[in-house]
Design a protein around this ligand. Structure first.
Ligand SMILES: [Zn+2]
Length: 238
């Protein structure tokens, strides 16, 4: 069993008993993981998500909080194949997205979005995929993708029943990351219970109080996006 799988199990059990609100909040009970350990775990997530087809090529990016005061994140570099990303390629950045580790590489252009989510949600990790289903469903002129009645919803923090209503807001894509981060901030305030959001024709963002929870949320939301996409296709013939 990998370190991340081990941590995942513990985090899930703790969360199930917490009766949380669905928002990711920092939890001082969880052991702090240093940069080196987080870099290994983030690289493992990257290769796993690549194998699932969620971050093909150099798409997608991943981050985890190393320290909160001052804020420092371990984050994937720009332009690197996510199927072969290694721990020694992971960067350490500050709250202004400046690289503070001894790397020449550039961090992801989408750093401001990660930092916004960490600051606004108290997230310990942020994961971003470019999956087929998040791309195609956000191309349907909807303002959001919603789910209700699915057993898999119970994998989201604070959710106790399949009757939970989950809404992922869709935000129009942009290359202006400063403005986009401001939009993300206002959308997160408007949808306080959301466990993620989608950039239109681009991909899914989700997070968790730690990397294990963020990975679980990504798996749950990607499953649900694919499930409603496939159901919609099947229903066309009925
Ligand atoms: Zn992206």
């Amino acid at each position: 069993m990998s370190k991340l799988q081990s941590s995942k199990s513990k985090s899930f059990q703790e969360e199930r008993g917490s009766g949380g609100s669905g928002l990711a909040t920092p939890d001082s009970r969880l052991p702090a993981e240093g940069f080196d350990q987080l870099a290994v775990l983030l690289a493992e997530v990257s290769r796993t998500f690549y194998a699932r087809g969620w971050v093909l090529g150099t798409s997608g990016n991943f981050s985890a909080v190393v320290t909160r005061d001052p804020l420092q994140l371990a984050i994937s570099p720009s332009g690197v194949d996510k199927g072969s990303l290694s721990a020694d390629q992971m960067l350490l950045i500050d709250e202004h997205a400046r690289v503070v580790s001894h790397h020449q590489a550039k961090p992801s252009d989408e750093c401001p979005l990660h930092i916004r989510v960490v600051l606004d949600r108290g997230a310990g990790a942020v994961l971003h995929t470019h999956s087929v289903w998040s791309t195609t469903l956000s191309d349907l002129n909807w303002d959001a993708v919603s789910f209700q009645g699915y057993e898999m919803l119970k994998g989201l923090a604070g959710v106790k029943t399949h009757e939970h209503f989950e809404l992922l807001p869709i935000i129009n894509n942009s290359q202006d990351m400063t403005t986009l981060a401001e939009t993300v901030g206002s959308v997160l305030r408007e949808h306080e219970a959301a466990h993620g959001f989608i950039l239109r024709r681009h991909g899914l963002y989700t997070w968790g109080r730690d990397l294990a929870e963020a990975k679980r949320h990504c798996e749950i939301l990607e499953f649900l996006l694919e499930a409603i996409g496939r159901t919609r296709l099947l229903n066309r013939g009925n």
